[in-house]
Write a protein that binds this ligand. Structure first.
Ligand SMILES: C[S@@+](CC[C@H](N)C(=O)[O-])C[C@H]1O[C@@H](n2cnc3c(N)ncnc32)[C@H](O)[C@@H]1O
Length: 231
């Protein structure tokens, strides 16, 4: 594990602890993810999820995990720290759901090969910060998906507010420069265009489709590439 990872993992645990204590934790799921599960945006998406399994990589405050449990999915998840896994387990248990959260990262998922019907990676892959680790993360996602299993992924686009004042380092790498963000100084890998998403995803997955959401919310712009693909 790199020094950046160690510090970053502790920062994430502190961030969620504070957000939970202050009531600022996201209490709602991603609207885009709800739409992908409930709407007809993806050809071949099942209508009934009961009995199907999902791995939520980097589940954060379990906001998406809870929504997926409510859809009838059997929920598994990872976080970078045991306290975050415990918190996620407690959130689901408080609503009557049993879920399996384990410590893991994009490149090390503590689950068997060919296990999941869905893998959700919602704003998590780009926390790998080198090209080899991005490729390793994608291969690890594919390893744990069943053949025919589906990836649903969101990752930062080039207009996103997190990139305000970021230093461009080349090779899709950016050093965060926002004074008001706990990730300042860290280096992340962002896909600069849909063509680069295909460049990295197509060798690992089938039927790669790239969408995008772009919201201008007054003080900030939220720009995300949305990707779905099949193992
Ligand atoms: C922006 S938050 C997204 C949380 C959640 N997926 C959501 O959509 O609300 C990023 C999450 O990724 C986790 N994370 C950070 N580095 C990671 C890594 N290398 N592998 C997997 N997860 C990581 C963090 O702990 C954090 O919970």
């Amino acid at each position: 594990m790199t020094q950046q990872s160690k510090t970053a993992f502790k920062d994430w645990a502190d961030y969620y602890r504070q957000a939970s204590a202050s009531g600022e934790a996201l209490a709602y799921p991603s609207e885009t993810l709800v739409r992908l599960f409930k709407g007809k945006y993806i050809t071949g998406m099942p209508r009934d999820f009961h009995g199907l399994s999902v791995l939520d990589v980097g589940c954060g405050g379990a906001n998406n995990a809870l929504m997926m449990a409510r859809l009838g999915l059997r929920v598994f998840g990872t976080e970078v720290d045991e306290s975050l896994c415990r918190e996620a387990r407690d959130i689901l248990a408080s609503q009557g759901f049993e879920a399996d959260f384990r410590v893991g990262t994009n490149t090390r998922l503590p689950f068997d090969d060919d296990q999941f019907d869905f893998l959700v990676s919602w704003n998590v892959l780009h926390y790998e910060n080198t090209e080899p680790d991005i490729v390793a993360g994608l291969q690890e996602y594919a390893r744990v998906l069943k053949p025919g299993g589906r990836l649903l992924l969101s990752t930062t686009g080039p207009d996103h507010a997190i990139l305000k004042n970021a230093r461009t380092l080349g090779g899709h790498r950016y050093q965060i420069g926002r004074e008001d963000d706990f990730r300042k100084g860290e280096i992340y890998f962002y896909f600069d265009s849909p063509a680069y998403i295909h460049f990295y995803f197509d060798p690992v997955f089938h039927q790669v489709q790239v969408g995008r959401t772009h919201d201008r919310l007054f003080n900030d712009t939220l720009d995300w590439f949305i990707v779905t693909a099949v193992k």
